[in-house]
Design a protein around this ligand. Sequence first.
Ligand SMILES: [Zn+2]
Length: 264
Amino acid sequence: MSTHDRPVMPGYMSRRTILRGAAFAAGGVLLGSAIEVGGAQTALASSEPQVYARAYWGARSPRRSAQVLGSGPSYIVVHHTFTANTNDHSVNHATALSRAIQRYHMDVNGWDDIGQQLTISRGGHILEGRNTSLASIRNGQHAVGAHTANHNGHTVGIENEGTYTWASPPQSLMDALVSTCVWLCSAYDLDPGAAIVGHRDFNPTNCPGDQLYSMLPQLRRDVSARLRSSQAAEPKKEAPEERPTYPDLPERERETEHYHGPAA
Ligand SMILES: [Zn+2]
């Protein structure tokens, strides 16, 4: 991807971070002295993937600004969007998806804004969700969303486009999900082995689908490996305060597009 394709992303464009990005793209093989990491801030900035901000996808203004907590979340919750498994991997499709989800969350659910902090399309495009999410992540803070009932104060939610009850996500989506989790674990000092969970771990729902859920152990390993190969791997936050509850899966869950279990 040429740098001209990137949306505005402060802190991303230094030669150092571009080189570092290249190293990640090459499977985490470090390029010797080409990579110098000056400190935690640099490591964090360099782990930030390309994220399309709300202005890029044409987000509506929220009814109210998100509540921002001074400390970061303890968990990264993986969801599926319960929408079609499209083959349209374009950015235009990804921005339309975000607008559709926001419309559903605001106009059907009656929420203040789109619920999740981040959305990943099947093409692997990563988009900001709830207002102030990007700035909050960069500051180590938490913009409270609506995606995992009773746990929104300490969880950051990623909506992955598609329905993964029977089908598996495309590689493009999984690659972006790994990058996103590396970034979030760096930003919030989280141990991927403990922090990455599925929606069903907290609420009675099939989300994120049996197939994607079964890929979470590999996701945790991939994220751990990437963190180890970077110098972003700092001491990790210990044992989160509220552990997943692992409720029973519902036998017959409501089947409505966009609906994936208790969220707010
Ligand atoms: Zn969910």
